[in-house]
Ligand binder design. Structure first.
Ligand SMILES: [Zn+2]
Length: 98
């Protein structure tokens, strides 16, 4: 079980988490990106044969632009706000009153 020693920092601005070279960033941040951006990055990876290829860099630029565009409150996950639409199949109709 050999693990590659080479890592780089997560592609998300400000995130210092080391991730394997074949990954754009840490899981949490990677899955924060929209599908279209992720698709671009993956395509750039394959098409340009790896990280830091022109194709990959172009896709990475798109990701960074997208990140800059999201509101600050969405980037800051200190507040523990409940997210609507989480997994769960409980009927939310509770007949109460009286
Ligand atoms: Zn990260």
């Amino acid at each position: 079980m050999r693990r590659p020693n080479q890592v780089h920092l997560c592609g998300w601005p400000g995130c210092r988490r080391p991730v394997p070279l074949e990954m754009w960033g840490c899981r949490a941040h990677w899955f924060t990106l929209p599908d279209a951006i992720r698709d671009d990055v993956l395509r750039g990876w394959r098409f340009g044969r790896g990280r830091l290829s022109p194709e990959w860099i172009a896709a990475n630029d798109r990701a960074l632009e997208w990140i800059k565009g999201i509101p600050e409150r969405a980037k800051d996950s200190r507040t523990d706000t409940p997210v609507p639409g989480t997994g769960g199949s409980n009927a939310d109709s509770d007949p109460s009153g009286g």
